[in-house]
Design a protein around this ligand. Structure first.
Ligand code: PRP
Ligand code: URA
Length: 209
């Protein structure tokens, strides 16, 4: 069974509280999502391998640690996942960014794919799928399947807020994929929105409602 990593860091929890507030406008919402993503990246990338190399300080030669050529790919699920990319690539500037376009059909609640563009060497990369919301889990699970069909071997899923139903779906369909989430909320409502959640992440990021 894959692991669920939650974050109790006060900075993340404080910022998540501001993100949830319906009175937080798009500009602040975007900035906060970026900041929380960057803080989460700190833990998501904890297992990056290091190697030693020699540098010369102004005083003498010394051995320092350096990330050892691991290839990373950040894959936002469009649209709302875009809000989490900048925070991640600020910490890992060499990461390539792939995109998976999915929307949730409002009638069936099933994910519909409309775009997919990934780095060519996807099978060699550690792929980090980012999406603020893990609700039914349909979108995340479909995105993981697309990546696996294209050869991906190492995938992590990073979300701001998850519903227990979404975690269960990803667990059962992709037990190899660890989930990193800043919060696990109570449930889904009758429209499959997360309760208490933050509303529609895409609309709040891009001001479309
Ligand atoms: C939202 C969200 C996830 C999905 C989660 O996207 O960003 O991708 O819903 O729901 P699920 O777990 O039930 O699949 P949405 O379909 O609203 O598209 P958008 O990002 O374009 O707004
Ligand atoms: N998508 C969102 O943007 N919010 C939810 O609560 C559920 C799905």
């Amino acid at each position: 069974m894959s692991k669920v990593h939650t974050f109790d860091h006060p900075l993340i929890q404080h910022k998540l509280g501001l993100i949830r507030d319906k009175n937080t406008g798009s500009k602040d919402f975007r900035e906060l999502v970026e900041e929380v993503s960057m803080l989460m990246a700190y833990e998501v990338f904890r297992d990056l391998p290091l190697e030693e190399k020699e540098v010369e300080t102004p005083i003498c030669k010394t051995t320092v640690k350096s990330i050892s050529g691991k290839k990373v790919g950040i894959v936002p699920i469009l649209r709302a996942g875009l809000g989490m990319v900048e925070g991640m690539v600020k910490l890992i500037p060499a990461a390539k960014v792939g995109h998976v376009g999915l929307y949730r059909d409002p009638e069936t609640l099933k994910p519909v794919e409309y775009y997919c563009k990934l780095p060519t060497d996807v099978e060699e990369r550690d792929l980090i799928i980012v999406d603020p919301m893990l609700a039914t889990g349909g979108s995340a699970s479909a995105a993981i399947t697309f990546l696996k069909e294209r050869g991906a071997k190492s995938i992590k899923l990073v979300c701001l807020i998850s519903a227990p139903e979404g975690i269960e779906k990803v667990h059962s369909e992709h037990p190899d994929v660890p989930i990193f989430t800043a919060a696990v909320d109570e449930k889904l409502n009758e429209h499959a929105y997360i309760v208490p959640g933050l509303g529609d992440a895409g609309d709040r990021l891009f001001g479309t409602k």
